[in-house]
Write a protein that binds this ligand. Structure first.
Ligand code: C5J
Length: 222
């Protein structure tokens, strides 16, 4: 039985049985000092506001029996899946693979690659390790979703204009309906957060819908 969720550019009907919550890259490397985000010169404290709303939606999704998927951006320890162009980009204080206070920067298995404690995955929740910004690129996410009959994604995570937007665009092209929860996303740049959300819901919802935690919590409790 579909439930209505207040959203922009207009309310959206969601079939909970065919919906999944996907939490993008809520990793220590992006949210805590000493990780990838900080090496790029960002104020990582700006992302902390997304944790509590994400946690509320995560708890509600678990209670409602929704499929919950977590993603992590990162690379193999030998960097064989890290494009040279990505490693050499810009002038970070430490490059991908270099040692840092949370282990090697953006490397799988290091403490910085972990999802923050508040949102840690539990048994049975798929964790998708991705080498790129989009969660579909070089991963089995599409297969996991198809096998579970998922057509709608409730999308949370960081950063709004980078990995959240890239994943939503990839999902939209693959036929998924995406509802992005504004207060469950975050950016180092408040103006990019707003622009990232605006681009999704513009033109009648060209990439999907934008809602927030409260209407989704209401729908999940229904
Ligand atoms: C970035 C991400 N910003 N998860 N990654 O490099 O958005």
């Amino acid at each position: 039985m579909p439930v209505g969720v207040e959203a922009e550019p207009h309310a959206v009907e969601i079939d909970l049985a065919g919906s999944a919550l996907i939490i993008i890259d809520m990793q220590r490397d992006f949210l805590e000092p000493g990780g990838f985000g900080e090496t790029l010169g960002n104020d990582v404290s700006r992302l902390a506001a997304a944790i509590a709303p994400c946690r509320s939606v995560l708890d509600a999704a678990r209670r409602a029996g929704l499929l919950v998927i977590h993603t992590r951006e990162g690379h193999r320890p030998d960097l064989s899946d890290a494009p040279k162009a990505k490693i050499e980009r810009g002038h970070p204080s430490a490059r991908i693979g270099a040692p840092g206070p949370m282990g090697r920067i953006l490397i799988r298995g290091e403490p910085g690659h972990d999802i923050v404690a508040e949102l840690a995955p539990v048994a049975g929740e798929p964790v998708i390790d991705k080498p790129g910004k989009g969660a579909f690129y070089q991963t089995d996410l599409d297969l996991v979703l198809k096998n579970r009959g998922i057509g709608t994604l409730l999308v949370c995570g960081v950063t709004t204009e980078v990995c959240v937007n890239t994943t939503v665009r990839e999902a939209n092209d693959r036929g998924y309906r995406c509802v992005v929860l504004s207060d469950c996303c975050g950016s180092y740049f408040p103006e990019f957060h707003e622009a990232g959300l605006a681009m999704i819901k513009a033109q009648g919802g060209i990439f999907g819908w934008v809602s927030s935690a409260a209407p989704v919590l209401k729908a999940l409790a229904a």
